[in-house]
Design a protein around this ligand. Structure first.
Ligand SMILES: C[S@@+](CC[C@H](N)C(=O)[O-])C[C@H]1O[C@@H](n2cnc3c(N)ncnc32)[C@H](O)[C@@H]1O
Length: 297
């Protein structure tokens, strides 16, 4: 978006959302946090911010997700743009979990709304929320603390996390892929395949590609730089290309979709003596590969 050019967001939507949200409350919340200090605590020196991410405005916010305005306003806006009901939409992802997860990774976790629901649904599991934006993670951490939940928040790029192979039973991504170029979404699914144990499950919740193709005007309004290429393509096909099995996409209402896939069990995996392996719940140095498949159905 060239500098100085007013978007439909600037002229029309922003005033509407300003009216719907409690700006004073958000301002008080913003002022209660030392954002730079908190972000410094979460920033990792090995994370390189990709240019597709830092060069764009998302939802009309200058600088995209790399500022506290994005983190403060995200939940209030998302509530209105995930009809018919945000919690119900996110719950469809939780309901689709077919594994008994011991360790869960939520990619592009943002302010942690789905991550928190995952921890509530699977309290025994280690849950990690990963995002490029330390500002979003500060907000997520604060929400989890308020809910009394022990979740690990980590800055990272979903394309190239530094977790070891086969670290997770379940990987999720909610509302991430419509905000990443197709090549990046494909790279993220390759990374999911590397990170999952055999029999592990990946779940992708996002806008319905079918419906978004009919809603070109809406895509322009919301200032979503990659939504056009997202809508034109197919998460199903990307899952297949990344080697996932049992791939299926279902509509969630008519405006969202949920895609599930399972990392297939290879011939070599079948020869591993699973009884000799033990799961130890550590975060960085553990490998779940070879344990009994967590897939139930
Ligand atoms: C629309 S928000 C979705 C947040 C959250 N998952 C939800 O359902 O509300 C997209 C999030 O993905 C993050 N993101 C985008 N590209 C990423 C990447 N390559 N790695 C990690 N996070 C990424 C953004 O910082 C942002 O917080």
């Amino acid at each position: 978006m060239p500098a100085g050019k007013k978007t439909i967001w600037d002229t029309f939507l922003s005033p509407i959302f300003r009216f719907l949200i409690d700006e004073d409350k958000l301002r008080r919340y913003a002022q209660s946090i030392n954002w730079e200090k908190e972000c410094d605590r979460l920033r990792r020196h090995d994370v390189i911010i990709p240019s597709y991410y830092s060069s764009q405005n998302f939802h009309g916010i200058e600088g995209g997700y790399l500022n506290c305005i994005a983190a403060i306003s995200y939940d209030s806006i998302t509530e209105y743009v995930t009809p018919p009901n945000e919690t119900w939409v996110r719950q469809t992802l939780i309901n689709a979990v077919k594994v008994q997860p011991r360790r869960i990774l939520d990619l592009g976790c943002g302010t942690g709304s789905t991550t928190i629901m995952l921890k509530q649904a699977f309290p025994q599991a280690d849950v990690i929320g990963l995002d490029l934006s330390p500002y979003m993670l500060v907000r997520a951490e604060d929400k989890a603390k308020t809910a009394g939940l022990d979740i690990t928040w980590r800055q990272g790029n979903a394309e190239k996390t530094s977790f070891p192979d086969a670290s997770f039973d379940l990987i999720t991504a909610a509302l991430l892929f419509h905000e990443t170029p197709v090549a990046v979404s494909q790279a993220i699914l390759q990374e999911c395949s590397r990170l999952l144990v055999t029999g592990g499950q990946v779940l992708i919740l996002d806008g319905s590609q079918k419906s978004l193709r009919q809603l070109e005007w809406l895509n322009k309004i919301f200032e979503e730089p990659y939504i056009h290429e997202y809508a034109a393509d197919s998460v199903d096909a990307w899952m297949g290309a990344a080697g996932f099995d049992r791939v299926s996409t279902e509509d969630v209402w008519w405006i969202h979709q949920l895609t599930s896939g399972v990392k297939p069990i290879s011939a070599t995996d079948r020869t591993v003596n699973v009884k000799d392996r033990q799961y130890l719940p550590a975060i960085d140095n553990n490998n779940l590969e070879g344990l009994e498949s967590p897939v139930l159905a």
